[in-house]
Design a protein around this ligand. Structure first.
Ligand code: FAD
Ligand code: UDP
Length: 399
């Protein structure tokens, strides 16, 4: 692999068989597969000065391995995605646990039997647990919106507690919306779990790349035929001619007939011609302390207080054994396309999907032009789902 930091200078790319925009999981996996399976010469164009997309990690000044764009824990039931990535990394066994801080009382999230016993007296807790099991069954997961919609008065009491103490304020901070206003699939990611299992995820495979995500990407991209051009924006490379019913793409001044895989925000690539799609952005604030640990587990959610949504302490996740620790506070805000601001989350709704579909139709009118990724598809994908999608797209292109 050649990694070239172009420092804004526009590389000549017309001789490549494929141009992939973005060196996150989507772009990197597709690039690797095109190079490896069909011997294609692939150029990756990445606007940041590093590979890895939002999974990028690095050592801070105190020597702590931190995640630069939010905490990333790998978890999946998809054996293909897990085995694929296992070619490029060994794994540290890490089972993520999250606590919600309710004014100083820590309760497991997803809210479960142990959480019930932390916040209700023993008799009440016992009868709530029995009720949940009798209605839904033991070891079942119940989305909060579903729990709120039952008729049973006792279930309503539980639902009200969880809604008010776990979901309401956190969701307002994260999305600027109430839990009823966000798409039900979003809050369903963290259901009430009728279980004693305190883990955030129950997937078969979960862990952290042993030497970090960036090292995983270095290995993934280390293949003949792949060149990565950092600090270059796709908008300076790809020029569109929409004057015909078939939109044409120009690279280095000539019509480009190769494959283009785009993983960034689709509205921005097309100059917001149908208006901006809405996204949420995040600000991260890091603090380093001369102590082994700062909080009781990897992530603590602030569900009833504070302006930030959660604090992550990385050494729990990475297994680093140090006498110093770095924590990260996450603040969510609307994406306003300010310089340096990053669109992290698509805001899922029917209206936004219809808006997105206008861009998708435009992209579909370009030959050999593929959209994949959290931003390009305007979806809420976890890493494993993106790896799986990227492998499917590579199958499609290579076939
Ligand atoms: P990205 O990682 O965003 O990569 C896209 C790349 O394209 C970026 O590097 C970007 O700079 C580049 N790009 C965009 N536009 C342009 C342009 N015009 N020109 C050049 N380059 C461009 N998933 C999990 O499985 N587990 C987790 O614990 C987890 N935690 C997360 C926490 C946070 C805060 C966030 C935001 C996401 C989390 N995810 C997690 C999701 C995970 O980040 C995504 O699934 C994954 O990053 C998607 O990969 P991608 O390639 O689609 O996008
Ligand atoms: N959520 C919440 N309280 C919590 C955890 C999650 O209200 O303590 C809601 C919130 O709306 C959040 C969604 O559930 O956006 C999904 O949470 P998840 O942790 O999956 O979000 P991620 O950080 O992975 O995007």
């Amino acid at each position: 692999m050649g990694v070239i930091d172009s420092a804004g200078k526009i590389p000549e790319l017309s001789s490549y068989d494929a141009i992939v925009i973005g060196a996150g999981f989507a772009g990197s996996v597709v690039a690797r597969e095109l190079a490896q399976r069909s011997g294609k010469k692939v150029a990756i164009v990445e606007s940041r000065d590093h590979v890895g997309g939002n999974a990028y990690d690095k050592y801070d000044d105190a020597g702590v391995l931190i995640h630069a764009y939010g905490p990333h824990i790998f978890h999946t039931n998809d054996a293909r995605a897990y085995e694929y990535l296992s070619q490029f990394t060994d794994w540290l066994d890490y089972q993520h646990e999250v606590l919600a801080n309710l004014h100083g009382t820590y309760i497991p999230v997803p809210f479960n039997k142990n959480s019930i016993e932390k916040v209700f007296d023993a008799d009440k807790a016992k009868s709530y647990i029995e009720k949940l099991i009798s209605v839904f069954g033991d070891e079942r997961k119940v989305p909060i919106i579903e729990l709120r919609n039952t008729d049973d008065p006792q279930l309503h009491e539980i639902a009200d507690f969880v809604y008010n103490n776990v979901f309401l304020y956190y969701t307002q901070k994260q999305w600027g919306l109430t839990p009823e206003e966000v798409d039900p699939s979003v809050t369903a990611r963290v259901p009430v779990f009728i279980s004693r299992d305190n883990r955030y995820f129950q997937d078969k495979y979960q862990g952290m790349p042993k030497d970090g995500y960036t090292k995983l990407f270095d290995n993934l991209l280390d293949f003949e035929g792949i060149d990565v051009f950092l600090s270059v924006d796709a908008r300076d490379v790809l020029k569109f001619d929409k004057s015909d019913s078939k939109t044409k793409v120009y690279v280095d001044g000539n019509e480009y007939k190769g494959i283009i895989v785009y993983t960034g925000a689709i509205d921005e690539l097309f100059d917001n011609c149908f208006g901006r799609l809405p996204y949420r952005s995040l600000d991260f604030v890091y603090e380093t302390y001369n102590q082994k640990h700062w909080q009781p587990c990897g992530t603590v959610n602030y569900t009833v207080s504070e302006d930030y949504t959660r604090i992550t302490e990385f050494t729990y996740m990475t297994g680093q054994d140090l006498d110093v620790t770095t924590i990260m506070k996450e603040y969510s805000r609307p994406y306003e396309a300010k310089p340096g601001q990053i669109p992290y989350y698509a805001i899922i709704s029917d209206e936004n999907q219809a808006h997105y579909n206008q861009y998708k139709e435009l992209a579909d009118s370009i030959d050999n032009f593929y959209l994949i990724g959290r931003l390009a598809e305007y979806r809420y994908y976890n890493m494993d789902a993106i790896v799986s999608r990227a492998l499917e797209l590579a199958d499609e292109i290579c076939d």
